[in-house]
Design a protein around this ligand. Structure first.
Ligand code: FAD
Length: 382
């Protein structure tokens, strides 16, 4: 079996793998990206059109990390020749004491104060009047943070892929990595047909990371979900929503959390996404994902829209799902670093990480080249 040599092999051509490939090529390294499906496919976590961009977090380091990612997004926007982060505002509201995997309203406000970021505190009535919500419990409160908004997923993937190609990054799609064999000098990467050798491997395999790390004796302690996503038709062309997240106490059956967007600023159309953030229906093998919307979650979302979003037609349009791995420890957000005993392997995996794409790609390569990164990501280590 022939062995192919590279400075760095990136396992996984999702958003963060592409960002890592660009960062490595920029530092003069010869890079190969191995992707198990077609390039820019829709079966990973970087699928769909939009992601929320927000600066508010219950944990100060994550808020500061988002701020640190901003200039990197600006660079990417310059390369793309178009806006990728659209500041339509980010509205958080609901039961302010409910703690969730997404955070908590009052804790996030404390962090906004500490970091010195602007927001406006709002009552339920103000949220209803200004943002056309209806039927909110009068005890609900929240805030609008004007710099939040949404990220254009497809354009981000496209520009990263273009940049990587222009920098000479090699791609092999439909090539699944089955095993990583690290030693003192590098890593042997086994695919079905081939054997590759690299000085370092960056694993950005999203929800599929576990099976790659397990043989190395490393635990990727996550829960896997298929999150239902769907759109609704906006009824009033003169009105648009900011991105929003509703914090509510859980029901017996689900986490009772919903979030949504306005219209896509980069595309004509009247569809806006509203989705449930239900961490229920955990499964254990990412390869068993069905990629369909959960009908119960879909009807719960339609009910939420009918009850609280009178400017939308409550009939779901284009339902789908997105695969996500979330760390079992909700304070952790994601895994990042070199697994113990595998010094030539760098991993990023799990979490709500699209907003950090350029930063995490670069940080992976900082670890490869410099052995350290300027961002304090130590609490996300293995
Ligand atoms: C419904 C939903 C909503 C979200 N909302 C937000 C949000 O609002 N804000 C936010 O910041 N983030 C959000 N996220 C999270 C964000 O989308 C992800 O963090 C990000 O897309 C992860 O990118 P990635 O490159 O790590 O993973 P992926 O895009 O999954 O890429 C991993 C790639 O690795 C490949 N791969 C895996 N194993 C192998 C192997 N063995 N061999 C070869 N290739 C392999 C996969 O095929 C895949 O292409 C959301 C995610 C979902 C699902």
């Amino acid at each position: 079996m022939p062995t192919h040599h590279h400075d760095v092999i990136v396992v996984g051509g999702g958003a963060i793998g592409l960002a890592a490939a660009v960062a490595a090529a920029r530092r003069g390294l010869g890079v190969l990206v191995l992707e198990q499906f077609a390039l820019l496919h829709e079966r990973g976590s970087s699928s769909g059109a939009e992601r929320q961009w927000r600066l508010q977090y219950s944990q100060e380091d994550l808020a500061r990390l988002t701020v640190a990612a901003l200039p990197m997004w600006a660079e990417l926007e310059e390369a793309a020749g178009r806006r990728l982060v659209h500041r339509t505002g980010s509205l958080w509201f609901g039961d302010t004491t409910t703690a969730t995997n997404e955070g908590q309203v009052t804790a996030a406000v404390d962090v906004l104060d500490r970091v010195g970021l602007p927001y406006e505190w709002l009552s339920a009535r103000q949220i209803e009047d200004r943002y056309r919500f209806a039927g909110l419990p009068s005890s609900y409160e929240g805030f609008i943070q004007p710099d939040g908004g949404m990220v254009d997923v497809r354009a981000t993937l496209w520009v990263l892929h273009e940049q990587a190609r222009a920098l000479g990054v090699e791609f092999r799609d439909h090539t699944r990595v089955h095993e990583l064999e690290p030693d003192d000098d590098g890593v042997t990467v086994h695919t079905g047909h081939d054997r590759h050798r690299a000085g370092h491997v960056v694993v950005t395999a999203g929800a599929f990371t576990g099976p790659l790390l397990e043989p190395l004796g490393v635990r990727f302690d996550v829960e896997l979900y298929e999150m239902t996503t769907t759109y609704f038709r906006a009824l009033d062309p003169g009105f648009d929503y900011p991105t929003w997240f509703a914090f509510q106490p859980p029901t017996e059956d689900d986490t009772n959390l919903f979030y949504g967007f306005g219209r896509l600023p980069w595309a004509a159309g009247d569809l806006v996404r509203v989705s449930p953030d239900f961490e229920v229906g955990e499964f254990h093998d990412a390869y068993e994902a069905g990629y369909t919307a959960n009908p119960v979650h879909l009807s719960r979302t339609a009910e939420y829209v009918a009850a609280h979003l009178p400017s939308l037609d409550p009939t779901p349009v284009r339902p789908g799902s997105c695969l996500i791995a979330l760390p079992k420890d909700p304070d952790r957000q994601f895994y990042f670093g070199r697994p113990p005993g595998a010094e030539r392997v760098v991993v990023h995996g799990a979490g709500w990480a699209f907003k950090y794409v350029p930063l995490l790609g670069r940080a992976c390569v900082d670890l490869v080249v410099d052995g350290r990164t300027e961002h304090d990501l130590s609490r996300f280590a293995f």
